[in-house]
Design a protein around this ligand. Structure first.
Ligand SMILES: [Zn+2]
Length: 408
């Protein structure tokens, strides 16, 4: 494999990689359904499938139903053909999940109790070395040979420049500004390691699991100590030209900032209405509020000052989201992050959003909570890693070189 990233942008229609994509995303895939949906000749589909079987990526199982006595066998991605890693990094944690190629979790450090943060004092290269050491250790503990490691995705609570993967002004560790963690992994592996903003990963994880992927049009917002956002357009993560798409939190709002922000936008949403801003404002008024956990608890207990702050912040967030909904016309606005568990905040966001958006937009809009508030970020990392390592262009290259066949 080589170091080119984001191979998903280019591939040949009807190629081996394309056929694997259909097998991954289709409800039921067989040689005949693939021939129908691609328009390829059955003999060509047969060759493509044979290559995928030889590569160890696909196997045929069971019967799809009988038609004229001939049994159509169902094609499945072989999850055991390799594994990927996803990591979710923050100031106080480094959660790691190893997943098979079918997206099934093999091991999760939140279950094994070892999600302690990476050391950051010695710079990003040392942190990457430690993260790689943990990947190797987890694989060893799960009896996975590192030869089967296909790639990884790392989520960080900061903007990430696209396509360089450089972290921009990370509040969780300012000294990591401009660090390219993915490139630092080249010291340890030839497999692709992508770095992505954590809210973008949440958006990926929240893509519809009932509609075809290309029908997903959603905005995901991570509400925590800070605020982040991600956009899925036509089923794909929309990063914009430089990776900044979805940075809803740095929109100037009608309020006064309570915390600093490096964005330079006066009174940006994050500095006025994030969990960190609300807690800071309450502390200044003499309330005993330390963390977002305190805000949730006091809000649930009906503390009048806290509820009023949550309601006011929710209105500001809802108004910003209404502008985005009017412009983008999403099917869903998904609320995630610790603060999305606050009923007064969420109620205010919801009512202000619906009040301020066009009927044509509101009619088809669902404002909902994350399907897995605690796991969306890390699940999104698995999705991104798998989409990359199984990208049609990358599979086409494998097919040309027969790399997996030689290894397996
Ligand atoms: Zn800002």
């Amino acid at each position: 494999m080589n170091h080119r990233l984001y191979q998903d942008v280019e591939h040949v229609h009807g190629s081996v990689g394309d056929v694997l994509r259909l097998i991954r995303t289709g409800d039921t895939a067989s040689r005949s359904t693939i021939a129908r949906s691609t328009g390829l000749a059955p003999s060509t589909v047969g060759l493509r499938v044979d290559t995928l079987v030889e590569l160890g990526l696909v196997h045929e199982v069971g019967a799809e139903g009988s038609r004229g006595g001939r049994r159509a066998r169902r094609l499945e991605l072989d999850g055991a053909a390799g594994f990927v890693a996803a990591a979710d990094l923050g100031a106080n944690h480094a959660r790691i999940v190893l997943s098979d190629l079918a997206g099934r979790t093999i091991t999760d450090t939140d279950d094994t109790g070892v999600s302690e943060p990476l050391p950051r004092a010695d710079g990003p290269a040392a942190a990457v070395a430690e993260l790689w050491r943990r990947f190797v250790q987890l694989a060893e503990d799960a009896d996975l040979p590192m030869a089967d490691f296909r790639g990884a995705a790392i989520g960080v609570p900061a903007p990430v420049a696209y396509p360089s993967g450089r972290i921009v002004t990370p509040a969780f560790e300012p000294s990591w500004h401009d660090a390219a963690l993915g490139a630092l992994f080249q010291e340890h592996t030839d497999a692709p390691v992508l770095v992505e903003n954590d809210a973008n990963l949440i958006a990926l994880a929240e893509r519809s699991d009932t509609l075809p992927p290309e029908c997903s049009q959603l905005v995901a917002v991570k509400l925590g100590t800070r605020i982040g956002g991600g956009v899925i357009a036509g089923g794909r993560l929309h990063r914009g030209v430089g990776g900044a798409a979805g940075e809803v939190s740095h929109t100037s709002v009608d309020g006064v900032s309570a915390i600093g922000c490096t964005c330079g936008v006066p009174n940006c949403l994050e500095s006025v209405a994030s969990g960190g801003a609300i807690a800071t404002r309450l502390r200044a008024a003499g309330h005993d509020v330390g963390t977002t956990g305190d805000l949730l608890r006091l809000g649930a207990q009906g503390d009048a000052a806290v509820v009023e702050e949550l309601r006011a912040a929710g209105e500001l967030i809802g108004r910003v989201l209404a502008g985005i909904a009017n412009f983008f016309n999403p099917r869903e606005v998904v609320l995630a992050g610790a603060m999305s568990a606050s009923p007064p905040l969420v109620a205010a966001i919801r009512s202000e959003l619906y009040r301020m958006c066009l009927p044509l937009v509101a009619d088809d809009l669902e404002v909902r909570a994350s399907r897995a508030p605690r796991d969306a970020g890390i699940r999104g990392g698995v999705v991104l890693a798998l989409d990359e390592v199984l990208a049609p262009a990358r599979i086409d290259e494998l097919a040309r070189r027969g790399v997996l066949a030689e290894v397996g």
